[in-house]
Design a protein around this ligand. Sequence first.
Ligand SMILES: Nc1ncnc2c1ncn2[C@@H]1O[C@H](COP(=O)(O)OP(=O)(O)OP(=O)(O)O)[C@@H](O)[C@H]1O
Length: 278
Amino acid sequence: MVLRIDSLVHRYPNGTTALANVSLTVEAGERVAVVGPNGAGKSTLARHLIGIARPTSGTVEVNGRDAAELGIADLARSVGFVFQNPDNQLHAATVAREVGFGPRNLGFSADRRTALTEWALRVTGLTGETDSHPRHLSFSERKRVALASVLAMDTPIIVLDEPTTGQDHRSVALLEELLGDLHKRGKTIIAITHDTDFCAENFDRVVVLAEGYVRWDGPVERWLEGAEDPSESAFEQPQMTRLGQRLGWRTPVVTLDSFLDQLTDHAETGVCPRRPAP
Ligand SMILES: Nc1ncnc2c1ncn2[C@@H]1O[C@H](COP(=O)(O)OP(=O)(O)OP(=O)(O)O)[C@@H](O)[C@H]1O
């Protein structure tokens, strides 16, 4: 188990209770989407994972160690956090320096630093931008620089805050391919997101937070198929699900692959999707 959050309460100094009582465990290699309405406590929860927020009560364990006993630098070896706004994260004068900063700071050997930096730049499509100043890049590219700078730290856990917001189609496609690769490498991936298509295609488990509590926790398909009414959380169902419904399909589809499977079934049986089978 890489994360164990037990009865976590977070109250801000102004008295706002952002996390009322959150308990959650995450196994190594899981892909978890954390969803919920604005103000649900998602970002506050993520801040606990990197030690920039500390519990009012309750505990956060990362890799079997109480986060309260670990400094931010220690936690940075285990958890990489990609901020929603890359400008909160980028400080160096070139993309290469930005991406190289983390592995240097963690004391990795020169060879490992070079390999990780080159890999992170390649998989985020930034190899041609190594000498660019991050501020001269587009928002979408800056988000990829922030992602690359976290990847280069080679943490077992990667937390992404709204990774698809403000991203162009190419960047989302790159991100999805990368997430598949990270999953194969055994990384634990946690994303805070409002993007149900992104959830459907890239995550196995959904945790719904609302008003500082975990309201639902389970497989992404069950959530999207209505185990939790997405409309209650102000979520739009994935495009594939809505298209299946418009076609009158009885079995809900969630991903592009499941849509294509069902389309093939309908073609093979000769049953018109809009009409129920006799
Ligand atoms: N620094 C802060 N001081 C006081 N209250 C805060 C602070 N940051 C967040 N809050 C409040 O804590 C609650 C949870 O906020 P949080 O940002 O964690 O929610 P969220 O689910 O990430 O929301 P969003 O989707 O809008 O980013 C909200 O009521 C918010 O107004």
